[in-house]
Design a protein around this ligand. Structure first.
Ligand code: ZN
Length: 137
C-alpha cells in the first residue's frame, strides 16, 4: 500500500504541460528517469527529505535497484557541493576578509542547510545516469 505525505503524486496527464518534459526539467522536478512523470519522492524536502517511493507510481520502475545503489549518488553530491563551497570560501576569505581557516569552516556551516537538497537531487541525477547506461525495462 502506498503511503503519502500530504497530497498524492501528480496525475499522469496534465493538459497544461507537455506529455513528457525534458530531462533537465524532469531532474529538477524529481521525476522517474524512465517515464519522467512519476514522482520519486513521497514528500517535499521539508516533510521527509529522503522518503522515496519504492517504485515509480506511473511506470513501476524500481528506484533502488539493489542494496547500496545510492552510494554512487555520493559522487554526484560531492561534485554538486564543490562549486558553491568554493564560492563561499572565496566570498568569506577575499570579500569578507575572514582568515582562511575561518572561511573554510564558515563555508561548511553555510552549505550545511543545502545538504538535504543536494542529496535528493544527486540521487535523481544518479538514477538518470544509471538509466542512460543500463536501462531497466
Ligand atoms: Zn516511471
Amino acid at each position: 500500500m502506498l503511503r503519502y505525505c500530504g497530497k498524492p503524486p501528480l496525475p499522469t496527464t496534465d493538459n497544461r504541460r507537455p506529455a513528457t518534459p525534458g530531462i533537465p526539467i524532469s531532474i529538477l522536478r524529481q521525476r522517474c528517469p524512465r517515464c519522467r512523470k512519476g514522482a520519486i519522492y513521497r514528500c517535499s524536502l521539508f516533510r521527509g527529505w529522503l522518503s522515496m517511493y519504492e517504485r515509480c507510481p506511473v511506470c513501476g520502475l524500481k528506484f533502488e535497484r539493489e542494496q547500496g545503489y545510492f552510494v554512487g549518488a555520493m559522487y554526484i553530491s560531492y561534485a554538486l557541493a564543490i562549486p558553491p563551497y568554493l564560492l563561499l570560501v572565496t566570498g568569506f576569505w577575499r570579500l569578507a576578509g575572514w582568515r582562511y581557516e575561518w572561511a573554510l569552516l564558515g563555508a561548511v556551516a553555510a552549505y550545511l542547510p543545502f545538504v538535504p537538497m543536494a542529496m535528493r537531487i544527486s540521487r535523481v541525477i544518479w538514477m538518470y545516469i544509471d538509466q542512460a547506461f543500463d536501462p531497466e525495462r
